[in-house]
Design a protein around this ligand. Structure first.
Ligand code: SAM
Length: 350
């Protein structure tokens, strides 16, 4: 995600998405039923970014734990993200946010971990609850260039779509395998993520097409070359309900015999969080382009020719976002997304 606090400032879309999963937290904690005494209870937040959208869900988990299970037992809250995440802002949010979840509770300790959610982060059998929001569509590694669009699922590049889909299936299983080992028996992971609807719609098509047009415009104007255009990709795959259910048919059993069950999986539609700005085209375009920039800038910066000077790199990126803003401002209502999301809970049953 974009650094120096930029993600925190541009992530109201992800904030609204996270809210969609909060109802699944209470049953997850109740099913885990942590004892009142014992070693620290471990809660985890996988793909925390700057943490601003994690405070409410982790706070809800903590509130349920405190109210009904373990009023004073020590708690570790582990916020994990990849090396290169804006951990400085995360640390500051955990320490200074007015709504931080450990206010008034001296037995709650937040920690940060620089580890991929596709790998093991925590010791076996220790995790009482895990949360992950707007993360699982990110692929472990970019599966190569895409022709014709920055997002494989909107391109006509069938070979690229096959590569991305295969990587996505592998990654989803890797995530489940890692959590199967970490979760204590009875404990759950709650996930909220983008969804490819059964009607083949994600909701963000028109918005993403504005950015794709801006990228082609930059290529036509000589701001980026053909090679850069192909490498400027979103290393992501929006799974369908069938793809999410696939590892559970007939049941997910990890290498050590740990069994996971898909307890619930609910499609949700999230209205455009910036719809209140639709009648102010410039402000609306700035908000939506800022949202796209918030999660795409690091991938795009890495895809530009390494021979570019930092100034030419910055110039190219600014031209991309300026053209994106112009394209959105020209028809805000036409670009406005209604996101398809999914909220799900996976529980370790044995
Ligand atoms: C769109 S942000 C969502 C952040 C936050 N969960 C929220 O709800 O706003 C996606 C986050 O996933 C992280 N991420 C992507 N791939 C990851 C991986 N393999 N392991 C851990 N985190 C990852 C990114 O670094 C980024 O911080």
């Amino acid at each position: 995600m974009a650094g120096h606090g930029a993600y925190a400032a541009a992530s109201s879309t992800q904030h609204a998405a996270a809210a969609a999963g909060v109802a699944l937290i209470r049953p997850a904690i109740d099913d885990a039923a942590p004892a009142a005494d014992g070693p620290p209870v471990v809660l985890a937040d996988f793909g925390a970014a700057t943490g601003n959208n994690s405070l409410a869900p982790l706070g809800a988990a903590l509130a349920e734990l405190r109210a009904r299970h373990a009023p004073t037992r020590p708690v570790l809250v582990v916020h994990a993200d990849i090396v290169g995440n804006d951990f400085t802002t995360l640390a500051s949010v955990l320490e200074t946010a007015p709504d931080r979840y450990d206010r008034g509770d001296p037995h709650v300790l937040p920690l940060m971990a620089a580890r991929s959610l596709y790998d093991r982060v925590l010791p076996a059998g220790t995790l009482a609850f895990a949360w992950t929001a707007s993360t699982l569509h990110w692929l472990r590694l970019p599966p190569g260039p895409v022709e014709g669009h920055f997002f494989a699922q909107l391109s006509d590049d069938a070979a690229a779509r096959r590569r991305f889909a295969a990587r996505s299936a592998e990654d989803w299983r890797a995530f489940l395998a890692a959590r199967a080992v970490e979760l204590a028996p009875g404990a759950s992971v709650v996930a909220v993520d983008v969804l490819m609807g059964d009607d083949g719609v994600m909701g963000s098509e028109a918005l993403f097409d504005r950015l794709a047009g801006a990228l082609r415009g930059c290529r036509d104007a000589g701001v980026i070359d053909d090679g850069e255009l192909e490498r400027l990709v979103y290393p992501a795959w929006f799974r369908s309900l069938a793809e999410l259910r696939a590892p559970f048919a007939p049941g997910f059993v990890a290498a050590g015999g740990e069994r996971l069950e898909l307890m619930s999986i609910e499609p949700i539609v999230e209205p455009d969080p910036f719809r209140g700005l639709l009648d102010r085209p410039a402000a609306y375009a700035a908000a939506q382009a800022g949202f796209l920039q918030g999660f795409l800038e690091p991938s795009f910066a890495a895809a530009l020719n390494p021979a570019r000077t930092p100034e030419r790199r910055a110039e190219a990126l600014e031209a991309i976002w300026a053209r994106t803003r112009d394209a959105i401002a020209a028809d805000p209502h036409g670009a406005s997304p209604d996101y398809r999301l999914v909220a799900l809970r996976v529980r370790r049953v044995s």
